[in-house]
Design a protein around this ligand. Structure first.
Ligand code: PXP
Length: 237
């Protein structure tokens, strides 16, 4: 299982003072040095954290893999085609949300998502769809040509009782298994942290986990490289 690090929160902190520090690119390079296998950034429509310039700088310097998380709007698709990240992860986006609040409704927005996937494929960019662990969603993802899915683990992360946790884990496991059998790549993310990651690492069909908040928070106390190494250890041991 690979570890992808989302560096949006470094940009949030930088933007708080409107200057250049801390630099999300510096964070990306340190994360790679500590063993991260992919750097993720989300260019939101409102540019609340990552800015266009960040994405171009990351593209130039990231040597592992760059995953551009984005809404499937024509404006952002155009930018992605120019930047050419290794992967685009399409997510739903609402202006007022604090963070991505759930998976894409691939069934409902099949036609427009299919068009965005085609446009990105035309530029040689792989596409992942961020979806809830629900049968119809991975079936539709495969049908419209996605290369992979990212399973939304937010509900699992927020579950309080043992029963709820097991129910969400089982949905994630089933989705991972069937999606893999269909030939889709399988990533997972949202709300994962040092406490809840272990059961996810046992699902062998998951190729990569995408983690932001927990690692950036931990980095404030132990430094970014240590925070990444600690998570890598949990994933690989
Ligand atoms: N995956 C996706 C699609 C996301 O939108 C986010 C949040 O930016 C993450 C993973 C990482 O979530 P977290 O910051 O809770 O680790």
């Amino acid at each position: 299982m690979r570890l992808a690090i989302n560096i949006d929160h470094i940009a949030t902190l930088r933007n708080a003072r409107g200057g250049k520090e801390p630099d999300p690119l510096e964070a990306a390079l340190l994360a790679e040095k500590a063993g991260a296998e992919c750097i993720v950034c989300h260019l939101r429509e409102d540019r609340r954290h990552i800015k266009d310039g960040d994405v171009y700088r990351l593209r130039k310097s990231v040597t592992t893999k760059l995953d551009l998380e984005m809404a499937a709007t024509q404006e952002i698709v155009k930018i992605a085609k120019r930047v050419k990240p290794d992967l685009c992860t399409l997510v739903p986006e609402r202006r007022k949300e604090l963070t991505t609040e759930g998976g894409l409704d691939v069934v409902k927005y099949k036609a427009s998502l299919k068009r965005s996937i085609q446009q990105l494929h035309d530029s040689g960019i792989k596409v992942s769809l961020f979806i809830d662990p629900v049968d119809e969603q991975w079936e539709a993802s495969k049908a419209i040509g996605a290369d992979m899915i990212e399973i939304h683990t937010g509900e699992y992360a927020e579950a309080k009782t043992k029963r709820q946790i097991e129910m969400h884990l089982s949905r994630i496991q089933t989705t991972a298994l069937y999606a893999k059998q269909l030939g889709l790549g399988v990533n997972a993310g949202h709300g994962l942290d040092y406490e809840n990651i272990k059961p996810i690492t046992k699902i062998k069909e998951i190729d990569e986990v995408s983690i932001g908040y927990a690692i950036i928070v931990r980095s404030m106390f132990v430094g970014l490289e240590n925070a990444v190494r600690e998570m890598k250890k949990l994933i690989t041991s």
